[in-house]
Design a protein around this ligand. Structure first.
Ligand code: SF4
Length: 415
């Protein structure tokens, strides 16, 4: 199994313009601990917006440097929720992807004329998202260097990247040396500035103050950096802002005043998305914080079914209030619909300061010229090897386009 990696590595070092000094012996360590029971995880980027709730995503081409877990272990993380069901989360630790496969894909596309399923997307330098299901800047990368190598390869091929992280390690010199502010957009997740709550909900992640300090460094260095206030946890029970319902109950996980602090640390762009949780996560959070989020839900939504969510009108009020705060400090505002459902992509666009991109990178970084929304749905299905007949693909494509058109019209006419 590992001989394939060694062969790839030797071939690439001889054939590619990029030369690597990556230490392949890390794979022997994981192999010796039986952590590659299904083989070394693939190093091929995936297109996530083919058939899923994120079909409107601009940056659906994604890869993680490690898989099967993340030491930050955020209680609400949907990757954790999903992989815990199959006993794959941090069991016992995240494992590295095949970095030679990743390099080989970029080599094949940029240095040869050989066919490749991702050629049409990667050749156009469609931005790649890193850090969706595992934080690329976990402390373990100090030892294994997979994220560092990935950044070196991407930098060599002048490839635009969106990085999502909760870690201050991103500002270490070795990473900064291989990240070009013209190519790299960074999103620092900071759902709360409350140190105590953060320790309970994101037990393995660096503290908010360390993330703020990293934000300042990145911002001063000229990186286009967005703060992800995501997931946004409510402060009061549903109805407080939209229906003036009074209640003694409140949390201080989030505070509107935190926007000023973000500004002081150089925040110029903020993206938020309201929390939506499955039942088992609500119990996990209650065990940690002694707060039962169900107590904050409206009776109507409680009756409707499982999970934690808020009414549309209340979510909208939170967004409006945060935007108001952002405007005081010249911080650009957008919302993320992921986790809430596709209608939210259309619903809140009037609040976005960048109407062309909910991640607020397009028109801000010149290298971000294309995106995965531009890829026709039929092509997305083909690239992602979705098992559907030609007819089913056409039908799905038609349905998606119809749905988007319909939702867009509904929300346009309601404004
Ligand atoms: S840092 Fe991201 S990937 Fe890691 S546990 Fe937290 S939410 Fe999940």
């Amino acid at each position: 199994m590992l001989s394939k990696l060694q062969k790839n590595f030797k071939f690439l070092n001889e054939s590619s313009d990029y030369k690597s000094d990556f230490d392949l012996s890390i794979y022997e360590f994981f192999h010796s601990k039986n952590l590659f029971s299904n083989g070394v995880p693939s190093g091929a980027p995936e297109l996530m917006n083919a058939i899923s709730d994120c079909s409107q995503c601009y940056y659906g081409l994604q890869i993680d440097s490690y898989v099967n877990g993340c030491f930050h272990d955020c209680q609400y993380c949907w990757a954790k929720t999903d992989l815990t069901k199959s006993n794959q989360w941090n069991n016992p630790m995240p494992v590295p992807i095949d970095i030679t496969e990743f390099w080989k894909i970029l080599y094949t596309i940029f240095e040869t004329n050989e066919p490749h399923a991702l050629r049409a997307i990667i050749e156009k330098r469609t931005p790649l998202r890193i850090g969706s299901l595992s934080d690329p800047f976990m402390t373990m990368d100090k030892k294994y260097n997979v994220t560092l190598e990935m950044l070196k390869i991407l930098n060599h091929y002048d490839y635009p990247v969106v990085i999502l992280t909760r870690s201050h390690h991103i500002v270490e010199k070795r990473y900064l040396d291989v990240m070009n502010p013209k190519l790299v957009a960074i999103q620092i997740s900071l759902p709360s500035l409350n140190e105590e709550f953060t320790k309970l909900l994101e037990p393995g992640a660096p503290s908010p103050i360390k993330r703020l300090e990293a934000l300042k460094v990145l911002s001063d260095l000229g990186f286009w950096t967005t703060v992800r206030l995501n997931p946004l946890f409510p402060i009061y029970p549903d109805g407080k802002y939209s229906r003036n319902i009074e209640s003694d109950f409140s949390t201080d996980f989030f505070s509107f005043k935190s926007i000023e602090t973000l500004y002081e640390y150089g925040c110029k762009s903020l993206l938020t998305g309201f929390v939506h949780l499955e039942d088992q996560v609500i119990k996990l959070i209650e065990n940690k914080t002694q707060i039962n989020l169900y107590d904050m839900m409206s009776n109507e939504l409680k009756e409707e079914g499982p999970g934690f969510r808020y009414s549309n009108s209340e979510i909208r009020k939170y967004y409006e209030l945060i935007k108001e705060e952002c405007q005081k400090f010249n911080i650009e505002f957008t919302t993320c619909y992921l986790g809430l459902g596709e209608p939210y992509y259309w619903k809140d666009q009037d609040l976005w300061d960048n109407k062309d991109d909910c991640c607020n990178i397009k028109n801000r970084l010149e290298s971000f010229k294309t995106d995965t929304q531009m890829i026709p749905i039929v092509n997305r299905l083909e690239i992602s090897n979705v098992e559907m007949s030609y007819f089913q693909k056409r039908l799905h494509s038609f349905w998606q386009s119809f749905k988007s058109y319909f939702l867009k019209k509904i929300f346009e006419s309601s404004k």
